[in-house]
Design a protein around this ligand. Structure first.
Ligand SMILES: [Zn+2]
Length: 466
């Protein structure tokens, strides 16, 4: 009798241990299923570290950017398109973290937590993804950058569809120059796996004057009738913020047109740290925006330790301020669209292996960045920049609004040329597109970034005017 009850106890304990073990197994399975199944060792999906049985990726016009044919991953037949779309499509090894082949790998391979790689076993592939991006437009933008590094982004400021996402340097995915990338002495491939549009941050230079201007419109009631004296520099605390030339006496609009540093340093000092910081917070500085499956690099604006001189520099987009190009595009998009930008998106639709549309990209609005009246005023000012300063002939027929930037890079970097920026948009109702261009160490915003913006926008006009 004694021994029987002992045996029953042992059995009971063993059962409890078994159930606990099973629960633990199930628990860790659900926790790790994703990584177990997606491990590179899983030969169903990967063969020598490349995606071989994933769904296709097409551009907005239906052009193939990536597809699997006979167990081999193939890309667009044009080398220039493969190179220009590399960062949005992603590489096959997962180095470009924000590329669709990496960030949407589960969709492309048909993996889900309940069925494992069910679609893959049943249909031999996962879902197909169509992008909102146009490959021809990407090629035009990529080529317009010439031999420079940088990024170009274009989106529809009413719907949020991204039509162009280009990051340079890039490479041809079909003939990856692995040797040159690994042994990159001249920096030719510096940051090649980074999509600069989503993941880069840059000193904004004078493009930031749009933001200082917004703060001035909101906080200085008589800003439109003010006049500023420019003697070629604005003296603060024994030092000064310099202009490229002497602008003499100018009003607010002219000060923005001619990008007068003295005037904008004065405006920033008058606004003070608190108000300028409030404006940048309303615009989403310090915030992590999500675009598709990607978290954008945060833009930063921090005046906590700033002297009066630093505040002057911050007002013209220098000091420690850094801006993400996609975020900058959203800011000018909000100016164009009455104060509110749509969330940019790049997935047009996802089609399951059985041909069902399982996801459709749609327009969602961000919180308002500007009041409607501030947006309207900025819209007029940015149009005036093009008409009265850069010249409408440089954007023939586009009715462009915009602001250039020539962002000085720290002299500790060895006297590098400044980054050239252009941000702007078309006022045409049939062409609701905004653009951001950053040419790294390109030189002047007007001489270098405007031609890139114009070539890209002219191509977009050809492709997208309604
Ligand atoms: Zn000046």
């Amino acid at each position: 009798m004694k021994s029987i009850s002992r045996r029953a106890w042992v059995l009971y304990l063993m059962t409890v241990a078994f159930i606990c073990g099973l629960a633990f197994l199930l628990y860790t399975f659900f926790l790790n299923a994703d990584s177990w199944s997606m491990k590179k060792a899983n030969r169903h999906i990967y063969s020598s570290s490349t995606l071989t049985t994933a769904g296709s990726i097409t551009d907005e016009s239906g052009a193939i950017l990536a597809a699997t044919v006979d167990g081999k991953r193939v890309y667009n037949e044009s080398k220039s398109i493969r190179t220009a779309t590399l960062h949005i499509v992603g590489d096959s090894e997962g180095y470009i973290a924000s590329g669709v082949q990496t960030s949407y790998k589960d969709v492309l391979t048909g993996y889900n937590i309940f069925d494992g790689i069910y679609d893959l076993k049943k249909y031999g592939k996962g879902s197909d993804i169509q992008l909102t991006v146009n490959a021809e437009l990407c090629r035009t933008a990529y080529e317009a950058l010439g031999s420079n590094k940088g990024t170009v982004g274009v989106y529809n400021y009413k719907t949020g569809e991204l039509y162009c996402v280009v990051s340079k340097p890039s490479f041809d995915i079909q003939n990856k120059p692995t040797q040159s990338i690994n042994n990159d002495k001249n920096g030719e491939y510096d940051g090649v796996y980074l999509n600069r549009f989503f993941s880069g941050v840059y000193t904004p230079g004078s493009t930031f004057k749009v933001i200082t201007a917004a703060s001035a419109i909101d906080n200085i009631p008589d800003i439109n009738t003010r006049s500023f004296e420019c003697k070629g520099e604005y003296k603060i605390d024994g030092s000064s913020v310099k202009c490229l030339s002497t602008h003499y006496t100018l009003g607010f609009e002219k000060a923005l047109n001619q990008s007068c540093n003295s005037a904008f340093a004065q405006i920033a000092v008058e606004l003070g740290s608190e108000k300028l910081t409030q404006t940048t917070q309303a615009l989403g500085f310090g915030k992590s925006y999500i675009v598709g499956n990607i978290t954008l690099a945060k833009s930063s604006f921090n005046l906590a330790e700033a002297s009066k001189l630093d505040l002057g520099w911050a007002g013209i987009g220098q000091y420690t301020t850094r801006v993400n190009p996609c975020h900058m595009l959203m800011i000018v998009g909000a100016v164009a669209n009455g104060g509110t930008s749509p969330v940019p998106y790049f997935i047009k639709n996802i089609t399951s292996p059985t041909g069902k549309t399982v996801f459709k990209g749609k327009t969602e609005m961000l919180d308002p960045m500007f009041t409607q009246s501030t947006a309207q005023k900025l819209n007029e000012l940015l149009r005036s920049d093009v008409v009265n300063n850069y010249g409408d002939y440089r954007f023939k027929g586009l009715e462009m609004c915009g602001k250039t930037g020539t962002a000085e890079v720290s002299s500790e970097d060895g006297g590098l040329r400044p980054h050239a920026w252009f941000v702007g948009f078309s006022q045409r109702n049939d062409l609701p597109l905004a653009i951001v261009v950053v040419v790294e160490n390109g030189g002047g915003g007007s001489s270098v970034a405007i031609p890139v913006a114009n070539k890209t926008m002219q191509k977009a006009e050809e492709l997208f005017n309604e």
